[in-house]
Structures are given as C-alpha cells and as structure tokens.
Design a protein around this ligand. Sequence first.
Ligand code: NAD
Length: 333
Amino acid sequence: MKVGLVGVGRIGALHAETLRDLPEVETLFLADADVARARDTADKLGISSSGSVAELLASRPDGIVIAAATTAHAELVHLAADAGVAVFCEKPLASDVAGTREVIAHVAAAGVPLQMGFQRRFDPGYQAARARLQAGELGWLHSVWACTLDPAPPHASYIPTSGGLFRDCSVHDIDAIRWVTGREVAEVRATGANKGADFFAAAGDVDTAHALLTLDDGTLAALAATRYNGAGYDVRLELHGSRRTFVVGLDDRAPLASAEAGVTWPTEPSYANFAERFRSAYAAELRAFVDVMAGRTPSPCSGEDALEALYVAEACELSRRESRTVRIEEVRR
Ligand SMILES: NC(=O)c1ccc[n+]([C@@H]2O[C@H](COP(=O)([O-])OP(=O)(O)OC[C@H]3O[C@@H](n4cnc5c(N)ncnc54)[C@H](O)[C@@H]3O)[C@@H](O)[C@H]2O)c1
C-alpha cells in the first residue's frame, strides 16, 4: 500500500514514524510546504520519498494522512478527494462550520472515505469506559468531567490560527463525551481566563477555559482546558454514576499529587505531552486507517462526527465571548 503524509510538524513526524512501521504500508511519501523539513524528517526516519504536495499527489497514493497546519486542512482534503484517495485528517476539517459542511459535501461527492483523527476513540481507557457504561455498570450517569491540561503552550505562531482553546483542545473531549455516552450536547455555558503569555489575548484566545455542557438526556458534563499545567500532560474523563465511578487517565503516570498525608501515589514520571500519553492510540487509529484504505471497514470517525464536535466547540466559544448560555441549535443554523 502507498501512503502519503502531508505535514511533518509535531504530530506529523509522529504519524510518519508509525506509518513507516506498519507492515501493510510499502511506500510512504512525506510532503510539507517546507520541502526541506519533509526531506530532513524523511532522512531522520529512514524514509526514501519526500517532496512537495504536488509530488505526493503525482505518486498516486492509496491514501493520504493530513497532519499539516489547521488552515491547510480544507484545501488538502479537497485535493485528496479530487485524486480519489482515502483521507485521514487531523482535526479540524476546516476553520468554521460552513467550511466543514462544504468539505464533507465535497468528500461525499468524490465518494472517498474520510477518517478524522480523534485518537481518544482508540485509547484503551476510553474504550473500556464506554463499554462499561454501555454494560450498565455505573447505573445512571449523573456527571461527566473531562479535561485536557497541556503542560506548556505551543509556539506562539500556532495560536492565531489554532481556532482557540475550545476548537483546538476541548474538541477532543467533546468528541469523547459524545462517543462514550452516546448522547448529543444540548446547550453550553463557558468562560475563560488569561493569566499566561500575552499572545493568547492578542489572538482573542484564552489560555484556560471551562464549560458546562447539558447533554440531551439531562446529564451534566464539565470541560476544562489549559495551556499551563506545570505538573504534566493531564487528560482525564471521569464518569460518575448512580452506582459507580470510572476514571480514564488515572494511572501511575497521572500528573496528580494528593494533599493527604501518607498518600504517595501516583509514583511514575508524569506524561510530558500528547505524544507520550496517546502513542498507542495514534498507532491504533492509523492501523484502522489502513483497513479503511483497503476498503475492509468504514471510517470509524467520520466528517459528520467532526462537524458535531465543532458545533459544540463553536457554542462554547460563543458562550465564552458573550457570557451567556448557548443552545447547539443556534450554531447548527
Ligand atoms: N490529534 C491530536 O492529538 C493532535 C495533536 C497535535 C496537533 N494536532 C493537529 O495536527 C495539525 C498539525 O499540528 P502540529 O502541532 O503538528 O503543527 P506544527 O506547526 O508543528 O506543524 C505543521 C506542519 O504543517 C506544515 N504545513 C503548513 N501548511 C502546509 C500546507 N499548506 N501544505 C503542506 N504542509 C503545510 C508546516 O510546514 C509544518 O511542518 C493541527 O491541525 C492540529 O490541530 C492534533
């Protein structure tokens, strides 16, 4: 199988390493707007083919993995769909709702499969929590708490085009809440704060944000995100039910310290970043994409899933900016 990867930055370089090691991937072509960067990454990883996006398309791959900067996704998905090849795309599909709908329609018209990079769906903890909730082990769910706490901000130039903290970070938790609970979000109330670097406020963004989500069956879910969690990379999903509680991400490396005397757990070094925490999930989602490319399975995470998560992130952003409750119907229009 021939695979093309576009974008060899933080996540793209990791995907390149994973794809290189998949037995079904016979040829891997790395492309980047910065062709020298694509070549350097290819050299470091022992991959023989690299170059521009045009060269990648000319190599007639079976599938394309898009891990370029957010602003390039819509155009790259168009190019892949026009070439008639399966597409894997890191979130988001496009920068806004109209653009996302347009990309989904274009992909549908081209008849190519599209898989979105919501890797929490491939993490064993999230999978177990979903299965145990569905099996009724928790009783009925009264509360869901989800957090994505980054240890340090990305480079300053990433922020103005990131879409903001809800669309960039919390969107993963929003997708996880939809996928794990099987419910849709009905309304949100969000707020944010800036106590870190000035470049967040300069981009109209916040470095820390919280949101309260009401699901369509009345369950309450709370989201938290920050760029400044010095203890480490902390991604958790807590499901609290009438009978039991399950927590995803509460393991030996959770970046937590108890304030209670004599409690020394967790003992292992904290996760430093998304690559350490989700390495196996990133590998699993790309193995799934191989099956999608081969036509063996439908996409496990569709463009419509990305659109649904985006509606909620949009509603959170609007709620934060206007200090009011926002119903999802308002952003669906
Ligand atoms: N799923 C996850 O957990 C996760 C984690 C990090 C990033 N992401 C997503 O992955 C994407 C990349 O993030 P990153 O942190 O790796 O960014 P990055 O800035 O480190 O790298 C982006 C790369 O894309 C290249 N690029 C930009 N425009 C391009 C174009 N038009 N054509 C080809 N290459 C282009 C840049 O030269 C750069 O090498 C973002 O959309 C981000 O939302 C997802």
